[in-house]
Design a protein around this ligand. Structure first.
Ligand code: BTN
Length: 330
C-alpha cells in the first residue's frame, strides 16, 4: 500500500479499533512529540477521517474501521479468482480506481488486475457524475478484464456485473437487494451501490473492460449531503453492522465477478436472464427513460436477450440500450 506518510498510517492503525488512545501513548509509540501527533491528526481530519479529540483522554475514531489489506483479500479469493489476479493492489489514495486501471490497460500485455483505494480524490459515477465516498465507510474497487470477442459482444455486461455484486453481498448476509437497470443496486428504492464500466479496444477484436464498483458501507453526513438521489448504506441494512468486513466483501466481490465474467464469456447474457428477472427492481413499474435521443415514459417489462431494457407505452414496446431510468410515481 503506498502511503503518503508511514506515521499517518500507523496513527490510523492505532485508532482503527475505535478505542480512545491518548496523545502521549501515540507520541511514545511513534517516537514523535505530542504536538506532532496533534498536527498529523489535523491532517487526517482534512482527509475526511472522523477523529474526535477529548482533552485529557485522547483521540478516537467515531467508528471502528477495517483498513484494506491486499494480502488478506488475496488469501480469501476463490481459487479461480486467485488464478486470475496475481495480486490485489490496495492504494492509500488515487484519483479514481477506474481511471488508474484504464491507464494501466494502455500498457503492453496488461494483465487482469484488481485495485482498491482507501481514498478517491476524483471518484467518478456514470454519466459524468461524481462518486462520493468517505474514509473507511465505502468500498471503492475496480477490476480490469480482457475479452477476446470484441466490444459488440459485451451488451449485458453491466447487468452481469450488477448480479455478481448482489451475489457477493448475499455471501456476507446482505439480502433483499434489487438491480435497477442497467446496474444500480437498490434496497427499497434507495441506491446502495453503483457500477461504472469503461471499455477500450476493438469493436470486433480483443478489448478490455474496467469495471468499477462503489458500495456505501457507512456514509457520513457530510458525504451523504452531496448525493442528489435517495441512498442507503450497509449499516442501515445489515443486522449487525458493528464492524464491516471490508476485506471479506472485497474478496467476495472479486470472486463473484470472476465467476460471472468467465460464464459471460462462454455463455453470453442468456445465462443470466433468469437471475436478472429475479432481482429486477423495475419490472412492472412506470418509468421515465432519458436516452441520447430524448425522454420517453412507459412501463418497464424486463430486458431482452442482450440486456436492453424493454419498455411498453401506448404505441407498443420499445428497447433502451443505454440511458438513465427513473421510476415515476403512479
Ligand atoms: C454510478 O452509479 O454512477 C457508478 C459509480 C461507480 C463508482 C465506482 S467507485 C470505484 C470506481 N472508481 C470510480 O471512479 N468509480 C467507480
Amino acid at each position: 500500500m503506498n502511503h503518503p506518510d508511514a506515521i499517518q498510517h500507523q496513527l490510523i492503525a492505532s485508532l482503527a479499533g475505535g478505542r480512545t488512545v491518548s496523545g502521549s501513548d501515540l507520541a511514545q509509540q511513534l517516537g514523535i512529540s505530542r504536538a506532532a501527533v496533534w498536527k498529523r491528526m489535523t491532517a487526517l481530519r482534512e482527509l475526511g477521517l472522523p477523529i474526535s479529540a477529548n482533552a485529557g483522554a485522547g483521540y478516537r475514531l467515531q467508528h471502528a474501521i477495517q483498513l484494506l489489506d491486499g494480502c488478506a483479500i488475496q488469501r480469501r479469493l476463490s481459487a479461480s479468482a486467485q488464478r486470475r489476479f496475481r495480486a490485489v493492489d490496495v492504494v492509500w489514495q488515487v484519483d479514481s480506481t477506474n481511471s488508474s486501471l484504464m491507464r494501466r490497460a494502455q500498457l503492453p500485455n496488461a494483465l487482469p488486475a484488481a485495485l482498491l483505494a482507501e481514498i478517491q480524490s476524483d471518484g467518478r459515477g456514470r454519466r459524468g457524475r461524481v462518486w462520493r465516498s468517505n474514509f473507511g465507510g465505502s468500498l471503492t474497487l475496480s477490476l480490469l478484464w480482457q475479452f477476446q470477442h470484441g466490444m459488440n459482444a459485451l451488451s449485458g455486461l453491466s447487468l452481469v456485473a450488477g448480479l455478481a455484486t448482489i451475489r457477493a453481498l448475499a455471501d456476507l448476509g446482505v439480502d433483499a437487494i434489487g438491480l435497477k437497470w442497467p446496474n444500480d443496486l437498490v434496497a427499497a428504492g434507495r441506491k446502495l451501490a453503483g457500477i461504472l464500466i469503461e471499455l477500450g479496444g476493438e469493436a470486433q477484436g480483443p478489448c478490455h473492460a474496467v469495471i468499477g464498483i462503489g458500495i456505501n458501507l457507512r456514509l457520513d453526513p457530510a458525504t451523504a449531503s452531496g448525493i442528489d438521489q435517495d441512498w442507503t448504506d450497509i449499516t442501515s441494512l445489515a443486522p449487525n453492522p458493528a464492524l464491516i468486513d471490508r476485506n471479506g466483501l472485497a474478496a467476495a466481490l472479486l470472486s463473484r465477478m470472476v465467476e460471472s465474467l468467465e460464464r459471460f464469456e462462454t455463455d453470453g447474457f442468456a445465462a443470466f436472464n433468469d437471475e436478472q428477472a429475479r432481482y429486477d427492481a423495475l419490472r412492472g413499474r412506470p418509468v421515465r427513460v432519458s436516452t441520447p435521443s430524448g425522454e420517453r415514459s412507459g412501463i418497464a417489462c424486463g430486458v431482452d436477450e442482450r440486456g436492453a431494457l424493454r419498455v411498453r407505452d401506448d404505441g407498443g414496446e420499445f428497447l433502451v440500450e443505454s440511458g438513465e431510468v427513473s421510476v415515476r410515481a403512479k
